[in-house]
Design a protein around this ligand. Sequence first.
Ligand SMILES: Cc1ncc(COP(=O)(O)O)c(C=O)c1O
Length: 363
Amino acid sequence: MLERKHLQTLEGYVSGFQPTWNNDLIKLNSNENPYPPSPKIKDYFKDFNFDQLRFYPNAKSDSLRECIANIYDIDVENIFCGNGSDEIISLLFRGFFEENSSVIIPYPTYTLYETVAKIHDVNTICIDTEEDFSIDVDKILSSSKKAAGIVIVNPNAPTGILLSVEKIKFILNQFKGLVILDEAYIDFADENSSCLQLIKTYPNLIVLRTLSKSYSLCGIRLGYCFASKDIISILDKIKDSYNINTITQLLAEEGLKDRAYFNHNLEKVKSTRTRLGHELVNLGFDIYGQNANFLLCKPNNGLEAKAIYDYLAEPNIFIRYFDQPRLADKLRISIGTEKEIDILLINLHKLVREKGMSFESSV
Ligand SMILES: Cc1ncc(COP(=O)(O)O)c(C=O)c1O
């Protein structure tokens, strides 16, 4: 064995099934945005100066950070850009947690945190969420005495449950280690749900964002985070020299600047989410948080989650099944276009009919 000892049992991050793309697929398994990115991005390529690609990219994504600073009203020195927020998560563990230190992670949550902790030989203290998947901040705090950090994904994935700004402040007022607040899905939640502006008050808070979900840009890999200048300066020191390629820096800026398109898309996704939620309830599913671009649901109609997953995969409709404690009887469905959700619902109705169950519906 040539690898480091603690990596010998590492399983690695398991992403949702990524089928080869074709137009017949309905892909609702990775929380991608069903709509294309801003048309300004396509336009941008029309006059793109390919000559510039012979130069290295701007090392700190300066222009992009300026753009982010203007949109979010945060000083540019409090912003760091990463090759997806996944890169930032790795850098945070690399830069801020000693080997054998401990980090609190609610369960369930985005599983990459657990994987990255293992890679860096950091222990995780998993705090089970409540029966309804809400996070009990008292439980988190009472386990935090020896912890170097707390991770909160808000809204949480895969539950979609949102923790209030007040509850996050409650944590920040008592815990002085690093608080990583991953707001990958916050744009799909109600306005004023974000804790972003709290970085101005709490020097131990890091807020993560990504263009992967609400901006339809997971293909260009751009995540960013907001934190105190001290934290940002450490990230700057430990990142790869040119971590964001030139094309990503330019396209990210175009995508971010098109506010009208962004807001319009958000409204479409949210409205489809409401509709899907109603339909799932009518079909006999329980649903959990409705704050992200996905719904976690549990069939309470005699159907098995895994059987539904397999049934839908047959006509190329891919949703997410997690063979994990507390999730194996549930399914996570990313919000698709209205048409994709129509097809999903038609197939769910067909399945219910085949199994001889009947539920009211408007489809
Ligand atoms: C909670 C959460 N954080 C971060 C990410 C990764 O985002 P990115 O595509 O920017 O690496 C995901 C991806 O699904 C996620 O669910």
